[in-house]
Each structure stands twice: as structure tokens, then as C-alpha cells.
Design a protein around this ligand. Structure first.
Ligand code: BDR
Ligand code: CA
Length: 333
């Protein structure tokens, strides 16, 4: 039986690829997509999500619900890096650097989001389903998921599992200490990590191990359908953005497609080649490490009881083949 999945996104280029592979791959029963503020403000992450759904010819079959417009608390502090105060009219968090344009390279869509709020829909859907039957793949800041957990105390235990793209052990991107999705709403991430749900974290350590190169992209482009063209355009945009970033200056031109690896893991856990059950918490102290995933591997301490599975390495070839085959098999009208 196919896994029943809710996809929580902040679309975004790599979210877009994850959504496309979720729809075209037909490997999951996609119950719906929920959107959150993150890479862009909520109206844009929602609009981009709808454009991808339309591009995949999924129409009304894949419903899109929008959720939190802000992180839970981090934007309230005038001193925090996430503070909105210098930009009062802009919703969401301030991106520390630009990697996603406002709109994906797709035409405007006539598809509309659902009237129901994402949090309400998620709670109703999970509470009405068989216990532990629904998997959640969360590839944006965890504001929606944490709000659902606070609003419905049984939400976490009714889920089968949560796969999160976020965090980093050796690597960071939004700050010197933190990865973007966790940095953008650190308190929400900590709520999710403390929820007792079965959580797997696909962090930067794994996604940077599975980077898509220009040569890989050329193979995808040669497939010659509209999904291949779209994949080429958005991943090339990512490769160009990464080429300007100091840490990757000497590496061959390539880019991680973070969020797609989280979906790949849900379906094919073998794409992760090294993982461990660890105690992981998020720094919410507001200092230089705000939003950092802190792993305690002191097995001898009672406080280091594992609360999640953390991925360290990925099988790049497996990930690429999975992506390639879905795009190559996809039918277009
Ligand atoms: C994560 O942050 C976002 O920019 C990407 O969509 C991804 O989910 C990577 O740090
Ligand atoms: Ca994302």
C-alpha cells in the first residue's frame, strides 16, 4: 500500500522539485500540500506551489492549504536576525541571502488554494485517519507543524512519522551556526523535536552529499519533456546561486536539492548511507547559535536519550537515478 503523505513546503526551488517528484512519481498517496512562510513570504510560497501543481497537470486532485505567515516567536524580538521591524510591510522572516526568486519559472496559474487553513486541515485529516497512518514530510520552517501540535495535543502521536529537511551537524547556511529551515523558526523546530513523534532529520550534511551537477542536469535535459526542462531551469538557478557562495567556490558546479532528498528518504531509506539515532535539540537562546541543531552523542548521559534519527551521508547516485527515472517516465498531455 502506498504511504499516505502530507507535504509541508515553503516553495522555493528545491521544494518545487520535491513537489513535482511527489506528484509524478505516483509512489505516494499525496493527501494534500500545506504551505508556510520561509524561503519567501506565504503568498508567494503558496502561489509557487500552485504553479507546480498545475505544471504537473494535477489540477484539483492535489489540494493546497496555506498556513503560518510568521514564525512562532522569533520575529517578535527587535534584536533578532529574524526581526521584521526594519521591513514592517514584509511578511515572514528576512532571508539572509537570496537563492530563490519570487516566482518559479512557470506560468501564472488559475488554481486556487483551499479556503480552509492548513493547520485546521492537517489536524482534521490526521485525527480522522487511522492512528499512525499518515506520514508528514516537512521541508520548510516548522511553524505549521508545531502549531498543529500545540493546538491538538494528540496530533504528534497520531502521525506515523515526520521526515524533516533541516539542521546540520558539520554544515550551516542561514547563519554561521544554523540551517535555514530551523533558523527561520527555531522554537517551532524544538516543539517538534520534543513532541515524541518518530522524527527523521535530513540535514545539510546529507543533502550536500547528494549534489546535482551540471553534467547530471544535462542528462535530465536530454529527456526532453516539460518536466525535464523545468528541472533543468530551477536546478541551474540553484547551481548559479551556489557558485557565488564562498564555501563552494572550489567545488565543481553543482547544488544540493535538499527537499527532494527528504521525500526520497521517506520512500527509499537506502538513499541515506549513514544515520544515527541521536538526541537533538535546537538552540533557542537567541545568541550566535540561535536555530542550531545541537546533537548530544554522550550516550552515557540520561539527558541524551535519542529523540530523532539524524542522517549524515547520502547515496548521490541513488538519488539522481530516482529523480531521473521519475522525470523520464512522466507522461505529459
Ligand atoms: C532549506 O532551506 C530552504 O531554502 C530550502 O528550500 C530547504 O528547505 C535548506 O537549508
Ligand atoms: Ca524548503
Amino acid at each position: 500500500m502506498k504511504k499516505q503523505v502530507i507535504l509541508d513546503v515553503d516553495t522555493g526551488t528545491d521544494d518545487a522539485i520535491a513537489i513535482m517528484l511527489a506528484i509524478l512519481g505516483k509512489e505516494i498517496d499525496l493527501l494534500g500540500i500545506t504551505t508556510v512562510n520561509g524561503n519567501l513570504e506565504l503568498a508567494l510560497t503558496t502561489d509557487n506551489t500552485l504553479r507546480v501543481v498545475e505544471h504537473c497537470e494535477a489540477g484539483e486532485a492535489v489540494k493546497v492549504y496555506s498556513g503560518c505567515e510568521y514564525p512562532l516567536v522569533s520575529t517578535l524580538s527587535p534584536k533578532s536576525a529574524q526581526s521584521l521591524r526594519p521591513l514592517p510591510k514584509r511578511a515572514g522572516v528576512k532571508m539572509p541571502y537570496a537563492i530563490h526568486g519570487d516566482h518559479l519559472p512557470l506560468p501564472e496559474t488559475t488554481l486556487k488554494k483551499q479556503d480552509k487553513n492548513a493547520i485546521v486541515w492537517m489536524i482534521e485529516t490526521v485525527m480522522q485517519a487511522e492512528p499512525q497512518s499518515i506520514s508528514l514530510v516537512a521541508v520548510g520552517p516548522l511553524s505549521n507543524v508545531a502549531t498543529a501540535m500545540r493546538a491538538e495535543p494528540d496530533f504528534a502521536e497520531r502521525l506515523r512519522e515526520i521526515v524533516i529537511m533541516g539542521g546540520g551537524d558539520r554544515l550551516s547556511n542561514a547563519s554561521s551556526a544554523a540551517e535555514f529551515n530551523i533558523w527561520a523558526d527555531p522554537e517551532a523546530a524544538e516543539i517538534v523535536l520534543q513532541s515524541g513523534c518518530e522524527v527523521t532529520i535530513i540535514p545539510l550534511d546529507a543533502t550536500h552529499d547528494a549534489q546535482i551537477s551540471e553534467a547530471d542536469l544535462a542528462k535530465i535535459k536530454a529527456i526532453g519533456n516539460k518536466y525535464a526542462d523545468f528541472t533543468y531551469d530551477v536546478i541551474m538557478e540553484r547551481i548559479d546561486a551556489y557558485a557565488d557562495r564562498k564555501a563552494d567556490r572550489d567545488a565543481p558546479r553543482s547544488a544540493p536539492v535538499h527537499d527532494a532528498l527528504a521525500l526520497c528518504y521517506l520512500l527509499h531509506p537506502e538513499c541515506i548511507t549513514k544515520k544515527a539515532d541521536v538526541s537533538c535539540h535546537v538552540d533557542i537562546s537567541g545568541g550566535v547559535a540561535y536555530g542550531r541543531t545541537v546533537i548530544d552523542d554522550r550516550q552515557y548521559m540520561e539527558t541524551s536519550e535519542p529523540n530523532c534519527t539524524f542522517a549524515y551521508d547520502a547515496d548521490k547516485e541513488f538519488f539522481f537515478d530516482w529523480m531521473y527515472n521519475i522525470i523520464a517516465r512522466a507522461e505529459e498531455s
